[in-house]
Design a protein around this ligand. Sequence first.
Ligand SMILES: [Zn+2]
Length: 313
Amino acid sequence: MMPRASQSQTGPLTRVLRLRLKDKHAAALREKSYWVNMVWNYCNDLSFKVWERERRFMSGYDFAKYTKGAGKAGIPLHSQTIQAISEEFAARRKQSKKLKLRWRVSEDARGRWYINISVKVGRPAASRMERSIGIDLGLKDFASTSDGEVIDAQHIYRDAEARLAAAQRAGKKKIVRNIHAKTANKRRDFNHKLSARLVVGHGAIFVGNVNAGALAKTRMAKSVSDAGWSQFRTMLSYKCDSAGVWFDEVHEAYSTQDCSACFARSGPKGLQDLGVREWTCLECGEHHHRDVNAAKNILRRGRATLVVGIPVL
Ligand SMILES: [Zn+2]
């Protein structure tokens, strides 16, 4: 789940924080996720009951006497694992400043564990908004920004494609696997570097909520899965979180069609116009790069969402 801005116009915003758990716990978590959830739930309930009764919060240490003997009760977790979960719970509850956590523990494709927590956060200072940027994720070019930068990712695949086709024809499965693995590594490296670069110098970053799942059902499926959008967005999201940069996804409906200068819906429409890379607004005469214009609209909507507090289309 990605952070989302919503709710009232002046109060704090609710965001979903995605926090990565320590890798050293990951192996135990994967095997025992059901029981991990049980222990986390138990801590959540117990912590809330103790607060209701005594108006104090339990520390990680406090949980130990309640979870002692869990092994005898049939919970197949090592006592140190249970202790690690309850300490993690106590730390996260304190960090979120909430009485009770809404929670979920999830694992990504790379075997890293995350918990998603809803927290109230203050709005970013106005000065930050001046250094905000919108990003449109595309198929032709990987990304375009509201600053006018167009970022290409084709080099990742260009070299591999011919070799891949040859290996597939020759039925060399091991080589095919190796090429896929190398390409995935290159893409990950590219996404890491790009997300790290974008976080520097920006106070707020807005990305279109392009739906890779829906596009994957079309004939563009290969391009979509190759594009690695979701990996990029996940990286950008957690890098923004740790750098204190505001991050949000923005509805991108009509972001391609709307003129970012005069807001008339005068741009290229639908799949048949997908090849239109540049266009001129009939209303105001502004000449646009298709995706840079979309990124400018995403930035405008992102800013408006933050200021007004509700999604703006
Ligand atoms: Zn216009």
